[in-house]
Design a protein around this ligand. Structure first.
Ligand code: FAD
Length: 466
């Protein structure tokens, strides 16, 4: 029997897609990588996923697991060989259980992140992972990439929000590790191996996630600064004054806000343009009046110390959403401006200003007029340090002719400041060569040994990561 016939027998004819327009599965979000799938398979249960994996193994076909296809490093679409099977998790979308007393929920991998947040909120609880793609990315993809987002400063990234996993291994067995335990020291941590493995070790089919109490009051503000050093001092002050109530601390450089102004003129920007803008958020269960007072006091103190210039405090939930919308519009505004050279880097927070100065200066020397779109999660040391072509230059030509040079300059500065070349987006295809050059040989040897042990035939998302 052909593989296709076997797959149809497992999931039903309607859930095996071939020929026709498969762009939604074959083209990545950035429209940078377009592959060709042998077939797209959409199983509806863990057992079906396991049977699909076994069938593919028997026919020697490799598998590309896919959730919302919002990944930014080229790891969620097939290559152009026409031999890879895309295993789409979208139909595994049930919330299996919410255990309010244990502050956990168990969900299937294809649940949209937003649906997970809403299910938790329906029980008066908070699942705090939050990112601009939350309406289309899946929790399985979030865990496979160890996604970060805007609240890492308080709640950690996807890894820290996950207590247990259910995984279909490369040979089609089901590992049920759906524990809701906060303490479990029974040997190697298998869960943490699969988190961040970008589909190269196995397929996540469900997860038990950590929940938190819903905050009663959320306060949001924008503030302008002249120097990035002031942002780091402002962050320290906010941590000291707000403690665990500090849930968001984002920075945006002038050019990133200008791009939003240019491409989304309908979005009102409450503050004038400045070298840097901070988006600050406090979430608290104190009495609303006390929480609001503490937030205002922080801003007043920061102003007194000369750290911030103008500030605007959101007067309503709607106003707060508008402020976040400004921040979250930057990725789209960039793509409307044209392709750019993306970096998702982290350096110790204390060294961020020196890193940005060094990278800006080295880039300007190499490509006069180059435009860094610099924004991100300063609260956890992660910047999206993207580089746009000089005004008026072709974005396509800039990307094709200058990418290697720009990457070298940026990553040299990252390494010189003790940082990482991938903070939250992963490695995928985009950074595979860079990883091979910049990760320690000992670490790479251990990573390859793990891959060899769990996927000896190399059929799980081949060519990605290692
Ligand atoms: P996909 O893109 O489908 O897949 C991503 C990787 O995970 C691939 O390697 C794929 O093979 C693997 N995979 C997917 N599902 C599974 C599974 N069930 N089992 C095993 N492997 C699987 N990321 C951040 O971290 N922080 C941000 O703030 C952020 N902001 C973003 C904003 C925008 C506008 C966009 C488009 C993306 C953003 N991202 C961000 C990147 C992206 O949304 C995340 O990487 C997300 O976690 C991917 O989820 P997904 O379901 O779309 O996965």
């Amino acid at each position: 029997m052909t593989l296709e016939a076997e797959l149809r027998g497992i999931v039903g004819t309607a859930q095996v897609l071939q020929g026709g327009d498969l762009a939604a599965y074959e083209l990545d979000w950035r429209k940078r990588w377009r592959g060709r799938a042998r077939a797209v398979v959409r199983p509806g249960s863990t057992e079906e996923v396991a049977a699909v994996v076994r069938a593919c193994a028997a026919h020697g076909a490799s598998i590309v697991p896919q959730g919302g296809n919002t990944g930014l490093v080229g790891a969620s679409v097939p290559d152009d060989s026409g031999t890879q099977v895309v295993l789409h998790l979208g139909r595994l979308n049930r919330v299996r259980e919410i255990d309010a007393a244990n502050l956990t929920m168990t969900v299937e991998a294809g649940c949209l992140l937003q649906a997970v947040q809403e299910a938790a909120a329906g029980k008066g609880l908070l699942f705090p992972l939050s990112l601009a793609a939350e309406g289309s990315c899946t929790i399985g993809g979030n865990l496979a990439t160890n996604a970060g987002g805007t609240q890492v400063v308080r709640y950690g990234n996807a890894r820290e929000l996950c207590l247990g996993l259910e995984v279909v291994t490369a040979d089609g067995e089901v590992w049920n590790g759906l524990s809701g335990l906060r303490k479990d020291n029974t040997g190697y941590d298998l869960r943490d191996l699969f988190i961040g493995s970008e589909g190269t070790l196995g397929i996540i089919t469900a997860a038990t996630l950590k929940l938190h109490p819903q905050p009663g009051t959320v306060s949001t503000a924008l503030a302008t600064l002249d120097w990035l050093d002031a942002a780091v001092d402002f962050l320290g002050l906010a941590q000291a004054q707000l403690g665990a109530a500090l849930t968001g601390f984002e920075v945006m450089n002038r050019f990133s806000m200008d791009l939003v102004r240019r491409h989304f003129p309908q979005l009102q920007q409450p503050l004038p343009g400045a070298a840097w803008t901070v988006l600050l958020e406090q979430s608290s269960n104190d009495r609303p009046h006390d929480a609001a007072q503490r937030f205002e006091d922080l801003l007043a103190l920061a102003f007194e110390r000369g750290l911030i210039g103008d500030a605007a405090v959101a007067a309503s939930l709607e106003h707060s959403k508008t402020m976040w919308h400004l921040r979250e519009s930057i990725p789209l505004a960039q793509s409307l401006e044209g392709l750019n050279i993306k970096h998702d880097i982290s350096v110790p927070i204390s060294r961020i200003p020196a890193f940005v100065r060094a990278a800006d200066e080295a880039l300007e020397r190499a490509v006069p007029g180059v435009r860094p779109v610099d924004f991100g999660h300063l609260g956890d040391g992660n910047l999206h340090y993207n580089v746009q072509a000089p005004e008026g230059e072709s974005a396509e030509r800039f990307l094709s002719e200058r990418e290697a040079e720009v990457n070298r300059i940026v990553y040299d500065a990252v390494m010189a400041h003790g940082g990482s070349i991938s903070a939250e987006h992963g490695i995928g295809l985009l950074k595979r060569e860079e990883l091979a050059q910049r990760k320690s040989p000992v670490a790479l040897k251990m990573m390859r040994a793990i891959k060899q042990a769990l996927d000896p035939k190399g059929r799980m998302n081949p060519g990605r990561v290692v």
